[in-house]
Design a protein around this ligand. Structure first.
Ligand SMILES: NC(=O)c1ccc[n+]([C@@H]2O[C@H](COP(=O)([O-])OP(=O)(O)OC[C@H]3O[C@@H](n4cnc5c(N)ncnc54)[C@H](O)[C@@H]3O)[C@@H](O)[C@H]2O)c1
Ligand SMILES: [Zn+2]
Length: 706
């Protein structure tokens, strides 16, 4: 008997290859651990390992059994499917056992699977074999039985033989039809299989609501759906707005008890029939595909792996199935999974690890950001050992402690974050995270007390002397959001800073390119490119420069508004609060912060130096978008110019017409109001005259009206 914390630690030890025991002991311990993780996953809906990690432990067990077949017992996790039976509800036998799926992770695995299937079917390796491919929905399995076209029973997968009965809950899931016209196909008694899931946006909304109500949050859409299926009250099930995707027939007989599924010929056809009968089925041409061979099937899997984040539902992979039903029958089953199907698994988005330590970073305006240092763990294909904790409230709200086992998530391009601590794995050795009262970054004799302004989440170091804050500011200054200096970025800023070339924002514009060109990994070409990018950035609009100064509260919107209203950046040094707040959407907080910043002589000096280096400090066209014209002789008229003009270029004429309220169009049509003709007009004039609704003007007349 070991504690949950010990089971966790022991599993991680196996995963990092630290355990070596005689096969028999290892087999029995691994089997125990796997059973524990299955219980957490299927019954508790609260796994403590990622799927990938579970699969690795499972493979270890398989490996031992392959070398020592005598260790295989009927209750080994490799010999049966993980069970979700909790003992709290009624169990009902499935018409046909429900199994698990074998796993694959890439195109090579799929090619290997294709070979094996063909060997089993006595087919040539090069013979064509079609596969049906569809998303592997990440929710809870549901098995529906219909008799005489009526839904009579619903159950979970259970232990594969017995399922947990939950008909009352299935009835409130709207995408599950209460009746369906199976008899049209001679089907008297059928079992269909599917997955109950929740839309991702629905999941987010549910969690937002729970947060407001002070309830614990769901860790992911999967356990929201599986937990939902088990609710005692159908009303609560309905509240979660679960949906069911149906992905196959399990069983189907006619009134004489004879099989009536094989007649469909292919899995694809069977799904078409289920679609027609009103079930929610992966759609052809979108979610599912019938691939002529395994190569095509693999590329469909990869395509979905790439677009996974954009999909409305959570999927943990794809399922590849031999399309021909007769061939499926011939390929058969192991005690664990069908031989004719395989899961293609995507990288797991969640993983667990231990929070070892908290370090602090200082940002461009002195914001102190806590960063969790964790035991390294692989997450969605990347090793993670550092995760931002954002701010003090984040740590408090999640009740994170040093030594906690934590659940991490990394979805798509989103940076990794801590979903929650695994509180029930605590063993009492965890310690609170003490929030620092003084700047943890400044290593000065006189500690700097941190401040937290009202209404803000962040603690700030108001008097940073450690230089880290300057660095953060330069990194922001060159970033895409601000001056957008192509190719510069954090890595270069840190590199140049380490060489002593970049200590202030001004330094960005006077880099020693001749030195840079001889740095490791640089060369003339990249130094030149960098220089060109810096020169280009000197012409950026004024708002970007102001934004790039990292003045607290002076954000993108505010800098844009202010830049329109000045002639030179230094005008702001003389501005009063009133001048700021006269601009719509600029409030006293922005005014106060900008005024304080300009009151510091070094900042004014910096702007002078920047100007001397050729950095633009005046509003550009982008800063001052052409105001909408509200009057003028051509207000609201559509105009077109044709022939060659004598007094001005076509472009200039169009500009002047626009400033006088006209809209420039490109063709003569019933919608054209005025055609201005120069020399040698051509077909446009003829067409306009034929319309009789267009006013034709000479260049001289146009100028006169202007
Ligand atoms: N993290 C953990 O601790 C832990 C523990 C146990 C199991 N697991 C995960 O569960 C897996 C084994 O679970 P399993 O037996 O449920 O198998 P599985 O999830 O690999 O595949 C079978 C299930 O996939 C579902 N599915 C979704 N879409 C499908 C489709 N289009 N066609 C067919 N089936 C579809 C079905 O409901 C079926 O029950 C492991 O590989 C692991 O990833 C994780
Ligand atoms: Zn500091």
């Amino acid at each position: 008997m070991s504690t949950p914390a010990q089971k966790f630690t022991r599993s991680k030890a196996y995963l990092s290859g630290e355990v070596s025991l005689p096969s028999e002991e290892q087999h029995s311990e691994l089997a125990d651990l796997l059973r524990y993780h299955e219980w957490r996953y299927y019954v508790q809906d609260d796994p403590v390992l990622s799927d990938k990690e579970y699969d690795e432990l499972y493979k270890m067990l398989e490996g031992i059994e392959a070398a020592h077949p005598e260790l295989i017992s009927p209750d080994s996790p490799t010999q049966r499917v993980g069970s979700d039976l909790s003992g709290d509800s009624v169990s009902v036998p499935h018409l046909v056992p429900m199994l698990s799926l074998g796993n694959s992770y890439n195109a090579e695995d799929l090619a290997e699977f294709d070979k094996q299937v063909k060997r089993m079917l006595n087919m040539e390796e090069t013979a064509p074999l079609a596969y049906a491919v569809e998303p592997k929905y990440d929710g809870g399995t549901i098995v529906l039985v219909y008799e005489n076209d009526q839904l009579v029973r619903a159950a979970t997968r259970g232990n594969g033989v017995l399922g947990e009965e939950m008909t009352h809950n299935a009835r409130v899931i709207r995408s599950i039809p209460l009746s369906a016209n199976f008899s049209k196909y001679g089907l008297h008694r059928v079992e269909v299989r599917g997955e109950v899931i929740i839309r991702k946006d629905r999941f987010e909304a549910l969690n937002a609501k729970r947060k407001k109500e002070g309830l614990t949050l769901f860790a992911n859409p999967r356990n929201t759906a599986t937990g939902g299926l088990r609710m005692k009250s159908p009303k609560e099930v309905a509240d979660r707005q679960l949906e069911a995707f149906i992905y196959s027939f399990g069983y189907g007989v006619n009134a004489d008890g004879e099989d009536a599924i094989q007649a469909f010929g292919t899995h694809t056809k069977a799904l078409d029939v289920l679609t027609e009968l009103g079930f929610k089925v992966p759609a052809t041409g979108f979610e599912r595909e019938s691939a002529p061979d395994i190569v095509e099937a693999a590329s469909f899997c990869r395509k979905w792996e790439e677009q996974r984040e954009a999909y409305a539902y959570e999927i943990d992979g794809m399922v590849v199935k031999v399309d021909d039903l007769a061939l499926q029958e011939r390929a058969g089953y192991t005690s664990h999974h069908p031989r004719w199907a395989i899961a293609y698994k995507f990288a797991a988005k969640q993983a667990t690890t231990t929070l070892e330590n908290v370090e602090y970073q200082v940002g461009k305006i002195g914001t102190i950001t806590p960063v969790a240092k964790t035991t390294p763990v692989s997450l969605a294909g990347v090793m993670i050992s550092s995760v931002s904790l954002h701010n003090e409230d984040f740590i408090r709200d999640k009740d994170l402690r040093l030594g906690d086992k934590v659940l991490l998530e990394r979805a798509g391009d989103v940076i990794p974050y801590i979903v929650k601590p695994l509180a029930d794995l605590r063993d009492g050795s965890e310690t609170p995270i003490e929030w620092p009262a003084v700047c943890p970054v400044n290593q000065t004799d006189e500690p700097v007390t941190l401040i937290r302004e009202e209404g803000e989440a962040a603690w700030r170091c108001p008097n940073c002397v450690c230089g880290k804050q300057d660095l953060a500011r330069i990194i922001f200054h060159v970033s895409k959001a601000a001056m957008d200096i192509d190719g510069m970025g954090k890595r270069y800023v840190e590199l140049f800073h380490a060489r002593g070339w970049m200590n202030t924002i001004v330094d960005v514009y006077r880099l020693p390119y001749e030195w840079i060109s001889v740095l490791d990994g640089f060369g003339n070409k990249s130094a030149e490119n960098l220089k060109a990018a810096v020169e280009k950035a000197k012409k950026q609009p004024l708002w970007r420069l102001l934004y790039g100064f990292s003045i607290h509260h002076f954000g993108k919107k505010a800098t844009q508004l202010v830049a329109q209203n000045i002639e030179h950046a230094l005008d702001l040094a003389d501005w009063t609060e009133e001048q700021f707040t006269n601009i719509k959407d600029i409030g006293p907080t922005v005014a106060k912060n900008v005024m304080e910043w300009f009151a510091i002589p070094a900042n004014v000096e910096m702007i002078r130096e920047l100007e001397a280096l050729g950095v633009n400090v005046r509003p550009t066209d982008e800063d001052r978008p052409a105001a909408e014209v509200t009057e003028g002789p051509f207000l609201g008229k559509s105009m077109l110019f044709t022939g060659s003009l004598q007094q001005m270029s076509r472009k200039e004429a169009q500009e002047r017409a626009k400033n006088a309220g006209a809209r420039i169009v490109s063709a003569v049509s019933g919608k054209l109001d005025i055609l201005v003709v120069g020399e040698k007009p051509g077909s446009k004039l003829k067409k306009a005259q034929a319309l009789e609704t267009v006013r034709v003007m000479t260049e001289a007349e146009f100028l006169a009206e202007l």
